[in-house]
Design a protein around this ligand. Structure first.
Ligand code: UD1
Length: 419
């Protein structure tokens, strides 16, 4: 738990190296359980969510070694019984272990993931897909108990294209007898990454990236070596930072092909953006820019994870912006902290109204979720004077040394131990 101290008003110049995608690495690490053998995973981000999922895998008996951004997992000795409540509750992605465990173990239990500040985050669709594949699922207040005597292929139509439930469905269906078709599947690039990983172990998954995914049974998986895709949310975050602060930065390895709806927010504004084979370049002269209306949604729409950061940018636009969050029901809590810096924001349920202001001023604020924290940092970077931003641990869950990367671009930000 630490505090960021930011002296606002510095322009950003230079290159930032975008790291591996958190949201792709976490399900891939869970999926290593599918093979009772060795997986070598490259380009893993150095963030606390990755450490936590590795600890859960270690608790289960997997051998986990880390060398820089490479993680080597040997899951041949994995047992289901040792997943600790405290760890599984800490990170939401522990629920994504269910699909791999359903294939690996005939009977298992998993602590329930907790709710979180951005919304209730139920798991009914995760349970529905396992039941459609023939598993018996029982729940009590703390645990999910699953029996998977004989998984069989099925046609599964998701009521909502849930990313996590699609991932669990793909993993469990890989062990089910016959063919499975997932309709209304999530189309996010992280699903394509999971498909590629499972196929690299010898799996039979096709269609990821579209709404229909087909999985054929695979009896045995093999050892693999695999590279995680780059993080479109980290890239989008730094893009917004440069747009807000002014300056000129190159986002090396930014997967701009997966960021089209985010990039559209930067059309016809005082920003110049160029793409190249190995990244994205933005030049920002910090002139006034117009308000705009934003709707977050499932891929390829603007990611819900970008919503807080784009909203923070729009607090300095000319005019009134309306932001509609369609994925999570409680994702504007960070806005109260932006108001402490002088932003003019009101929100109710899924809708947020932002009246642009000319200047923000440094203030003391408290992060309450990962992406909201990245939004608060944006405001502090542009504000006049000093900001103190508490609860860095939320940001450390998903951004690799954000303060170090920002400092290398010329920002004045440091992370202290202060609570
Ligand atoms: C979400 C994001 C994903 C991002 C991830 C990590 C979307 C659609 N998903 O995935 O891009 O990588 O966070 O930040 O943007 N829901 C249910 N029942 C369920 C599962 C989900 O009602 O069993 C609802 C959720 O409450 C939420 C919506 O479906 O309103 C989206 O959830 P889902 O895609 O499952 O979330 P994540 O997998 O966490």
């Amino acid at each position: 738990m630490g505090t960021y101290i930011v002296e606002g008003g510095k322009r950003l110049y230079g290159q930032v190296d975008i790291g591996g995608s958190k949201n792709a690495a976490l399900p891939v690490l869970c999926a290593t359980l599918m093979n009772s053998g060795k997986s070598i995973i490259h380009n893993c981000p150095d963030i606390s969510d990755i450490y936590d999922i590795c600890e859960i895998l270690r608790d289960m008996g997997c051998a986990v070694e880390m060398y820089g951004d490479t993680i080597i997992i040997d899951s041949s000795k994995a047992e289901f019984s040792n997943v600790k409540n405290s760890r599984a509750n800490k990170i939401r992605s522990s629920v994504t272990l269910m699909g791999a465990m359903a294939g690996r173990f005939k009977k298992f239990s998993l602590p329930k993931p907790g709710g979180c500040t951005i919304g209730k985050r139920p798991i009914d669709i995760h349970i529905y897909v396992l039941e459609k594949l023939g598993a018996k699922v029982y729940e009590n207040d703390n645990e999910i108990l699953v029996e998977t005597m004989a998984l069989r292929g099925s046609i599964i139509t998701l009521p909502f294209p849930s990313v996590g439930a699609t991932e669990n469905a793909i993993m469990a269906a890989s062990f089910a007898k016959g063919k499975t078709v997932i309709c209304n599947a999530a189309k996010e690039p992280e699903i394509v990454c999971l498909q590629d990983f499972i196929n690299s172990m010898g799996g039979n998954v096709t269609g990821a990236g579209t709404g229909t995914i087909i999985i054929d049974e695979q009896k045995k998986f093999k050892d693999t070596e695999f590279e995680i895709i780059y993080d479109r949310i980290e890239a989008g975050t730094f893009l917004c930072y440069a747009a807000a602060c002014g300056g000129e930065i190159f986002l090396k390895n930014a997967p701009w092909q997966q960021m089209i709806s985010t990039l559209k927010c930067f059309d016809e504004r005082p920003w110049k953006i160029y793409t190249s084979d190995d990244g994205l370049y933005i030049k920002s002269n910090k002139k006034a820019f117009k308000c705009q209306n934003i709707v977050s949604g499932v891929y390829p729409q603007i990611p819900t994870d970008m919503q807080p950061i784009i909203t923070a940018l729009l607090t300095m636009a000319t005019g009134t912006s309306i932001i509609i969050e369609t994925v999570f029901e409680n994702r504007f809590q960070y806005a109260k902290e932006l108001c402490k810096m002088g932003a003019d924001i009101s929100f109710f349920n899924h809708v947020c109204i932002v009246n642009g202001v000319k200047r923000l001023k440094g203030a003391e604020s408290y992060i309450c979720d990962l992406r909201g924290g990245a939004g608060i940092i944006l405001s502090a970077l542009c504000a006049d004077g000093r900001s103190k931003i508490h609860n860095s641990h939320f940001v450390e869950r998903g951004y690799e040394s954000i303060e170090r990367k920002l400092r290398s671009l010329g920002a004045e930000i440091k992370l202290t131990d202060e609570m």
